[in-house]
Write a protein that binds this ligand. Sequence first.
Ligand code: APR
Length: 227
Amino acid sequence: MKIVVLTGAGISAESGLRTFRDGDGLWESHRVEDVATPGAFRRDPALVHRFYNMRRADARAARPNAAHLALADLGRNPAHDLTLVTQNVDDLHERAGSPKVLHMHGALDGALCAACGHRWPAPLRMQATDPCPACNRPATRPDIVWFGEMPHHLDRIIAAIAAADLFCAIGTSGQVYPAAGFAACARDHDVPTLELNLTDSANAPDFSRRLTGPATRLVPDWVASLG
Ligand code: APR
C-alpha cells in the first residue's frame, strides 16, 4: 500500500520534547515573532540561536519512542511504500531507523549560511558570528523553515498524497499551513484519511477516520494492523 504519514510535535511529546500549542507548549513561553521569523533573526540573532540551541540540546538528550520505532518498521516493510513527512525538526525519526524522512520545516541538526546559502551539520551550540565554512562570512542561522518562509519538499509531498492509498496525520494540531491542508488535499484526490491524535485537531473534519489516544499506543497498533 502507498502510505503518506505526516507527523507533528505530538509524536515526540512522549520522548519528553515540548509541543508548541499544548498546555506547556513552546509558544506559551516564547513569542513566534521573537524566535521563529526572518525578522526575529535580523533583530536579535543571539536570542534566536539561544532558542534553537536549547531545542537542539533537548532533542539530542531525547530518545525515540514506540511511535517513532513503529513508523521505522513501517518504512522498512517491503509490503508498503511509505512517504514519511515531518513538521518536526528533531531527528527522532532518523534515530528510530526511518530510512527516509522529509523534513518540511528543516532540522535542528542543520546550519545554513544566511549570506551564501551553504548548508553544513550544526554543532550543538551555534551563534550568528560563526563563520560560514564556504564563504567565511559571520551569517550562520539554524537550517529551520521560519514562519513566512517556504517549506521544503512540497511538490514531492503533494504528488505522494495524490497517488497514495492512505494519508495519515499523527500528533499535529492542524493549525499551520500548508501541512494543515494535506488532509483536504488527500480527500480531494479520493484518498482515505486517518488521524491519530491525543485531542481534536483544528482540521479534524478533514479526516474520514480518527483515533484518539497517545501516539505510543495508537501508532504501534495501527502499524501492526496494516500487516
Ligand atoms: N500523542 C499524540 N498526539 C499528541 C500527544 C501524544 N502523546 N501529545 C500531544 N499531541 C498532539 C496535540 O493534541 C496536538 O494536536 O500533538 C499536537 C501538537 O500540536 P502543536 O503543538 O501545534 O504542534 P504541530 O501541530 O506539530 O505544530 C505545527 O507549528 O509552530 C509551528 O513549525 C512549528 O512544526 C510546527 C507547526
